[in-house]
Design a protein around this ligand. Structure first.
Ligand code: DOR
Ligand code: ZN
Length: 345
């Protein structure tokens, strides 16, 4: 039985760090294991301009200890007022690594998102020209579409037509949750996907059977088991177009444990041990490094991190904190629902 695994330091290609007290409280949970992360721009107000991104990056870096070389990779929040020249300048100066498309109303703080794709075509054309990736929250917001079908419907109604129109646009389908999403990535050029830790572990039964469990509620919502199995197969396949994006998205316990609870699973603390468990169960520990540390940098045109991490397997289960206490309030850590024996040394 394998007891240790040394891999290139991983990156998180989809992360919510928030701001202020929340940012200060949770940042160490990511920087402990990860070298870089793509930082989501859905603050209130959102990170829309290159100047917003520079300022947000400075607030993150100010909180890092001097000897911590964690690198936040910034994104811009695409709005119908986004200036293509500002995006091009931010890409050229490496202020940003990507632009994020939120369909207006699809998820947390997405009100400033895009209602009419035609209105952002000049930005998307510019991005296609310079090779800047578009990170997509792939769910329709049509109230007539069932919440469990919103990803598949988005592919059909929005993403496929967009990529037919702009085939050179580089797209990351964020937090893919369906076999339809996996199939689309496999069939489409210039397209990759991030997969979250929690969507590899939970299905909609975990969320709803025996009582509603708000800490498993996120968007896109967890789907049925057959979809989870498709995600697992993609993650453990070694296919370079699939890589880790935790979508670790902190909300305080009162905001989650509510009659109208917020969407988001906070998994930064124990993602690597959870993934080691999942990959080992799938007999694919040898594919973990590609998923967490190699495929993402290759898509984004960056070198892998220079450092390594070592995961070790313990005889007795490892305990992780149930909550992270921040000055913004307590944040519950993702509970995979089974004992984890791996830890990052
Ligand atoms: O569950 C989610 N939480 N999904 C998202 O798309 C946004 C995120 C958040 O910001 O809380
Ligand atoms: Zn997210």
């Amino acid at each position: 039985m394998q007891r240790t695994l040394t891999i290139t330091r991983p990156d998180d290609w989809h992360l919510h760090l928030r701001d202020g007290d929340m940012l200060a409280g949770i940042l160490p949970e990511t920087t402990r294991d990860f070298g870089r992360a793509i930082i989501m721009p859905n603050l209130v107000p959102p990170v829309v301009t290159s100047l917003d991104a520079l300022r947000y990056r400075a607030r993150i870096i100010d909180l890092l200890p001097d000897d911590d070389d964690f690198l936040p990779l910034m994104t811009l929040y695409l709005t119908e007022g986004t200036d293509p020249e500002d995006v091009a300048m931010a890409a050229k100066t490496r202020t940003i690594a990507a632009v994020k498309l939120y369909p207006a109303g699809a998820t947390t703080n997405s009100d400033s998102g895009v209602r009419d794709l035609d209105r952002v075509m000049p930005v998307l054309e510019k991005m296609a020209g310079i090779g800047l990736p578009l990170c997509v929250h792939g769910e329709v917001t049509d109230p007539h579409v069932d919440i469990f079908d919103r990803e598949a419907t988005f592919i059909e109604r929005v993403l496929s037509p967009l990529q037919t129109r702009l085939p050179t646009l580089r797209v990351v389908m964020e937090h893919v949750t369906t076999r339809d999403g996996v199939a689309y990535v496999n069939a489409t050029r210039n397209t990759a996907a991030t997969l979250t830790t929690h969507h590899l572990i939970i299905n909609r039964n975990t969320l709803l059977v025996g009582g509603i469990r708000p800490h498993y509620y996120c968007l896109p919502i967890a789907k049925r088991e057959a979809h989870r199995l498709a995600l697992l197969e993609a993650a453990t396949s070694g296919n370079p177009n699939f890589f880790l994006g935790t979508d670790s998205a902190p909300h305080t316990d009162p905001a989650k444990e509510s009659a109208c609870g917020c969407a988001g699973v906070f998994s930064a603390t124990n993602t690597m041990p959870c993934l080691a468990h999942v990959f080992e169960e799938a007999d694919a520990l040898d594919k973990l490094e590609a998923f967490t540390s190699l495929n993402g940098p290759a898509f984004y045109g960056l070198p892998p991190n220079p450092g390594k991490i070592t995961l070790t397997k313990q005889d007795t289960p490892v305990t992780f904190p149930a909550k992270i206490e921040t000055d913004a309030g307590p944040i519950t850590v993702f509970d995979p629902g089974f004992p984890i024996h791996w830890q990052v040394a």
